[in-house]
Design a protein around this ligand. Structure first.
Ligand code: HSE
Length: 325
């Protein structure tokens, strides 16, 4: 095992999809890469701006999550050489922490011969993240419908319809999930609960059956978006007008501040929609970047190698050409 090296490429994700708070997620074609090597001493190569300020010792999340896998499998791998690169913006609602958790779980498991099942990794990821929506999407790819009772998470994966394209508007400010969850009420009315059960169920059925015209009615929410609106100026106007501006539907991505629009691949209004998003945010004084990020239809891609032969090639050279953002 000493010569083993693994590289894992993990997709980003968007959670909630509007009404499916803490239960719906979809993987997106933005990625993080994690390389793990069994080593004599623990060391880190953290590449890119996203890594600034992250710990380079055994308190690093990737190291700690990898050790959980080894412990669960009853294997002793105390020292790891870890390289990470991520193009997923941090604390913007694109599942960067879920990608890190899933990447560490999958990479550590592959490094020791994959003794843990995907289901076990999903349970561990959900426990670590506190909800299954982002981790499920990053782990299984596509659209993932999940439910967690605090002990067990169950899921069904749906293949994204080939005509669904996704546009994200990523505001140039960070919003922590903690802050965005703190503004949510402890209780909601029965009317709002019924509203969301209906919309979330309809959305899942529409996505599963390819009835894309229903998305505009289904992608509505009363559980979290109204309460988070004050944290993301311009969001309410965008969600109200996105469909008339050419979207199939729009939602806050995860806890925000990124806003995601589902768009028909054949739409002729893509440029207009993109300009509408940027203009509306700019009117509120918010600079944002727009990206067309296709749904990612697969989970982590794993490459296992004998490090004694290929260790000379650094991670950044390996993934050059694969990096999109
Ligand atoms: N479902 C979560 C939320 C996603 O909306 O708070 C963010 O991690």
């Amino acid at each position: 095992m000493n010569n083993r090296k693994v590289i894992v490429k993990i997709p980003a994700s968007t959670a909630n999809l509007g009404p499916g708070f803490d239960s719906l997620g979809m993987a997106l074609s933005l990625y993080a890469w994690i390389e793990l090597n069994v080593s004599d001493r623990t060391e880190f190569q953290l590449h890119g701006d996203q890594m600034n300020g992250l710990p380079r010792d055994k308190t690093n999340l990737i190291y700690k999550v990898a050790q959980l896998v080894f412990k669960e499998a009853g294997v002793n791998v105390p020292e790891l050489s870890i390289s990470i690169y991520s193009e997923i913006p941090l604390t913007r609602g694109l599942g960067s922490s879920a990608s890190a958790i899933v990447g560490a779980l999958v990479a550590a498991n592959a490094l020791i011969g994959s003794p843990l099942t995907d289901d076990k990794l999903f349970q561990m990821a959900t426990e670590l993240e506190g909800h299954p929506d982002n981790v499920g999407a990053s782990l299984f790819g596509g659209i993932v419908v999940s439910a967690w009772d605090g002990e067990r998470a169950d899921y069904v994966r749906i293949e994204p319809h080939r005509k669904i394209e996704t546009l994200v508007a990523i505001p140039a400010f960070q919003l922590s999930t903690e802050k965005a969850r703190h503004v949510l009420p402890k209780q909601i009315s029965m009317a709002d609960a019924v509203f969301n059960v209906g919309r979330s169920s309809l959305l899942v059925a529409a996505l599963a059956s390819g009835q894309l015209g229903l998305i505009r009615h289904a992608m509505k929410d009363r559980l979290h978006q109204p309460y988070r609106a004050a944290l993301i100026p311009g969001m309410t106007a965008i969600l109200e007008q996105a469909v008339e501006q050419g979207a199939l539907g729009a939602a806050l991505s995860g806890a925000g501040p990124t806003i995601i629009a589902f768009v028909d691949a054949d739409s002729r209004e893509k440029t207009g929609l993109e300009q509408f998003l940027l203009r509306t945010l700019k009117q509120e004084g918010i600079h944002a970047e727009t990206l067309w990020v296709p749904p990612c239809v697969h989970g982590p891609q794993i490459t296992l190698e004998d490090s004694s032969k290929q260790s000379a090639i650094p991670l950044m050279d390996r993934i050059k050409g694969d990096v999109t953002a």
